[in-house]
Design a protein around this ligand. Structure first.
Ligand SMILES: NC(=O)C1=CN([C@@H]2O[C@H](COP(=O)(O)OP(=O)(O)OC[C@H]3O[C@@H](n4cnc5c(N)ncnc54)[C@H](OP(=O)(O)O)[C@@H]3O)[C@@H](O)[C@H]2O)C=CC1
Ligand SMILES: O=C(O)CCCC(=O)O
Length: 485
């Protein structure tokens, strides 16, 4: 598969700065490996501060022309990008599975939703309307316009390396912004390919710039440079806080999509089969490496044993293997550090009295494969209760009543996604309102779509991606007071 991807025409081993595909000034390159096999796929340039500054200057130089184009022109190019993505879905999905590891059917899903994000923002580009405010003065008109913020710096993670760029780049370009993107070091090719897509769609040089290399140097320059007016980041809360601090001196607009610690609450009256299917999807998708993945399962007394048994049976049957193998439902984790974190959480939980119902150790396939794992009898003193595992570990807590489970679910600094299974309509609204989270799935384990606002509260971040709200983060309001009428 490596050769097929390398020969597909979509893999770039250079950074894109101002319309030129270039190596690092230092000539340094870094190897990128397939997480399922450890095999080297290719190399990427290790760019630093100087290259980042040039990319920012190129984006700044391109801004006047790009923001001055009609919305219809920008929309047409975004529509073309979406078309190209759909036309090449298989090649792009193969590249994604090769460098990230997720099963090919999940990779196809990620590429497909990326096209949907781009199409969505192509449509929204034509609806960046303003307002006229009823004036308190007879001789004045008050207007509000919405203008692009300027150059955007985007830093993205390895878990959804294609779609996390889609929802940032789509919104930025639709709004009239130009962008400098830094993809994750572990999955750079799904980032660099956006430069190619933009070129093929006719987006002018300098509007989209993509840099690989030193995260601290690129991030340092993006956050310090006054020409960058907005930072959009998806990744860990630790790095999000660092970027927020670094951006303070130039007072940039910030969008942050950070870690989660999602609770999945199943009440006694839930549809058991539906809850089990939702639980599998909300936990094991992308091997548990999704910011909205469930981290804590809260199951009410009356349904606990039945849920635990059915869920564990279903999890034991999950097929683990290379993402390219037909029928595989769980691929490898991204690297050894990710496996070690799952191991730590499993051993901490077992040491504190948890019971293994499924899995519990590294998978016989070796490399970074881990068995899909279910542990029962979890308690609040376990590490997994507080920290995001970001791996295929499900822990089941038992609860008695609504008040208790709401308190437990909210007892975290995170507030990204929560899930709730019940057939009681009044409880649905009561509990949803009480959950301190940006998104709540009700009788649903998968909630992401381009039409709905994706975003968290508390230390899970700020701002929204996708939906009609997703453009706001890329637009400044300007108030015009027109007198002498
Ligand atoms: N919200 C989410 O979707 C994600 C959450 N996470 C959480 O974070 C944990 C750690 O994952 P990890 O990959 O380390 O996440 P990071 O936050 O380190 O990585 C995300 C992005 O930030 C970049 N980055 C890292 N350090 C800096 C820096 N000093 N300045 C600028 N950019 C930087 C990375 O670059 P590079 O790759 O080049 O280092 C990558 O592009 C996971 O286990 C999970 O809990 C992780 C990924 C996504
Ligand atoms: O993990 C993330 O940051 C994005 C999740 C996207 C999805 O739910 O498909």
């Amino acid at each position: 598969m490596k050769e097929a991807v390398r020969n597909s025409g979509w893999m770039r081993e250079a950074s894109l700065i101002g319309g030129a595909w270039v190596g690092a000034d230092s000539g340094k390159a870094h190897e990128v490996a397939n997480p399922a096999t450890g095999e080297v796929i290719g190399t990427i340039p290790v760019c630093g501060k100087a290259e980042t500054r040039r990319a920012i200057e190129a984006a700044h130089a391109a801004f006047a022309d790009w923001s001055g184009r009609t919305a219809a022109e920008r929309a047409a190019m975004l529509h073309e990008m979406a078309r190209l993505i759909r036309e090449n879905i298989e090649a792009l999905a193969q590249m994604l599975t090769l460098e990230q590891g997720k099963p090919l059917h999940e990779a196809r899903g990620e590429v497909s939703i990326s096209a949907s994000y781009i199409q969505w923002f192509a449509e929204e580009a034509r609806r960046i309307n303003g307002d006229i405010i009823p004036s308190p003065w007879k001789d004045r008109r008050l207007l509000v316009t919405r203008e692009p913020v300027g150059v955007v710096g985007a830093i993205t993670p390895w878990n959804f390396p294609f779609s996390m760029i889609a929802r940032k780049l789509g919104a930025a370009l639709a709004a009239g912004c130009t962008i400098v993107v830094k993809p994750a070091e572990l999955t750079p090719y799904c980032g660099l390919v956006w430069g190619l897509l933009a070129e093929k769609a006719g987006v002018p040089a300098g509007v989209v710039n993509i840099l690989t290399g030193s995260s601290s140097e690129i991030g340092g320059e993006l956050t310090a440079n006054p020409l960058v007016r907005k930072i959009t980041f998806t990744g860990s809360t630790r790095v999000g806080k660092l970027l927020y601090e670094q951006s303070a001196s130039t007072m940039k607009r910030m969008s942050m999509e950070l870690g989660g610690n999602a609770p999945f609450i199943v009440f006694d009256d839930a549809d058991l089969d539906r809850a089990v299917e939702g639980a599998v999807a909300a936990k094991y998708r992308n091997s548990g490496q999704t910011c909205v993945c469930t981290n804590r399962f809260y199951i009410q007394d009356g349904i606990y044993d039945a849920f635990a048994e059915k869920f564990a049976e279903r999890v034991k049957a999950l097929k683990v293997g290379s993402g390219f193998e037909p029928g595989v439902e769980q691929g490898p984790l991204i690297n050894e550090a990710a496996v070690e974190k799952v191991e730590e959480h499993v051993s901490d939980a077992l040491g504190k009295g948890a019971r293994a119902l499924a899995g519990g150790k590294r998978h016989a396939l070796g490399q970074s494969f881990f068995e899909p794992t279910v542990l029962a009898d979890a308690t609040a003193d376990m590490s997994v209760a507080r920290e995001e595992t970001f791996g295929p570990l499900a822990v089941l807590f038992r609860f008695h009543d609504e008040k208790e489970v709401i308190a437990a679910a909210n007892d975290t600094e995170f507030g990204l996604a929560a899930y709730l299974y019940t057939r009681d309509l009044a409880r649905t609204f009561r509990v949803s309102a009480a959950l301190e989270y940006g998104m709540v799935g009700i009788n649903e384990g998968i909630i992401t779509t381009e039409v709905a606002p994706f975003g968290g509260i508390k230390e899970s971040g700020m701002g929204h991606e996708g939906s009609v709200y997703g453009l706001n983060d890329y637009l400044n309001l300007k108030y015009l007071s027109v007198g002498g009428l």
